[in-house]
Design a protein around this ligand. Structure first.
Ligand SMILES: *[C@@H]1O[C@H](CO)[C@@H](O)[C@H](O)[C@H]1NC(C)=O
Ligand SMILES: *[C@@H]1O[C@H](CO)[C@@H](O)[C@H](O)[C@H]1NC(C)=O
Length: 289
């Protein structure tokens, strides 16, 4: 069986070589990848654009652990903590949008390091990015938020022939999502001024594909083992949650919010929320499976 898997893997590799890397620099193993996110209005949740209609990207909030904005490291798996020391009023309102999926916590990572070529009169090649959405789960209460702070981060690289275990590479895609969303002990109760302790568990995949080998679900990533069924499950639930939440938002929350604004709702989500409606509305449409 093992021999069969190895030959399948070798076949797959052979098929992929040459079909991928388009040139340009690659990230070194463990190179820092700075997370940048869309700047958003804390009033409306809409992204902010400059005068040229370009989205404004700002660093992810600074983590108390490192005293730097959040960064991941190319190819490095494991757990990583990022405690935002004190949630500001504006950030708290943004968290309400994120948790409600009214606005995504849309971030990005550099696909490659910035090109260092300096050819006279030639414009620098544009930096390429991959999107990284943080699907933050939680519930809204009238006076506070519950935020599920344990998050998985899955990052894929483009396929390439790896010569060394910790080879260089280019990012392909990624996603981050809260886990243990029904587990109170994995969430924090948050009011303005509180710290937000985010706990990331980071895994890397050496191709864009989800792990499955000819129906066999166990698969070796860059580090440990994962089970394909788990990854497929979380990705599908995430997508299902996003679709349901989107439909619900545009069908119900947005109209209610618009009405609420006219009536001068106290918080962005004050109108139409009620004490219990919301908690059951989004938290767990995600679990229909
Ligand atoms: C984000 O946009 C707001 C509103 O335009 C601005 O006040 C704020 O400084 C921006 N944030 C950063 C980090 O540039
Ligand atoms: C992250 O914080 C938790 C406590 O919340 C701690 O147990 C864990 O060791 C920390 N992990 C790292 C990598 O610092």
């Amino acid at each position: 069986m093992r021999l069969l898997l190895v030959s399948l893997w070798a076949l797959g590799l052979a098929a992929r070589v040459g079909a991928t890397d388009t040139g340009g620099p690659s990230h070194r193993y463990a190179a820092p990848l700075h997370v940048e996110c869309m700047n958003r209005s804390s009033e409306t949740g809409e992204h902010i654009q400059n005068e040229r209609q370009e989205i404004q990207w700002i660093p992810f909030p600074t983590c108390a652990e490192t005293d730097r904005p959040l960064e991941f490291h190319y190819g490095v798996e494991g757990s990583q903590n990022c405690t935002i020391p004190s949630v500001s009023d504006a950030f708290f309102h943004l968290l309400e949008f994120y948790i409600h999926s009214d606005a995504p916590l849309s971030c990005r990572l550099p696909a490659r390091p910035r090109a260092q070529v300096d050819i006279l009169n030639e414009p620098q090649p544009a930096q390429e990015y991959i999107p990284l959405v943080f699907a933050l789960a939680g519930t809204l209460q009238l006076s506070h938020l519950h935020v599920s702070t344990r998050m998985n981060v899955l990052l894929h690289t483009t396929p390439k022939r790896r010569i060394r275990a910790h080879d260089t590479g280019v990012l392909d895609s990624g996603v981050a999502y809260s886990t243990s969303t029904l587990d109170e002990s994995a969430s924090v109760k948050l009011i303005i001024g509180d710290p937000l302790p985010l706990r990331f568990s980071v895994r890397w995949f050496p191709t864009p594909e989800l792990p499955s080998t000819d129906g066999t679900v166990m698969w070796q990533g860059m580090g440990g083992h994962v089970y394909a069924s788990t990854v497929v499950y979380v990705v599908l639930s995430f997508l299902a949650g996003a679709v349901v939440a989107g439909a619900w938002f545009y069908g119900k929350v947005l109209p209610e919010r618009l009405r609420g604004r006219g009536l001068g709702g106290a918080t962005p989500l004050g109108a139409g929320v009620g004490g219990n409606g919301v908690g059951n509305g989004w938290g767990y449409s995600k679990r229909i499976d």
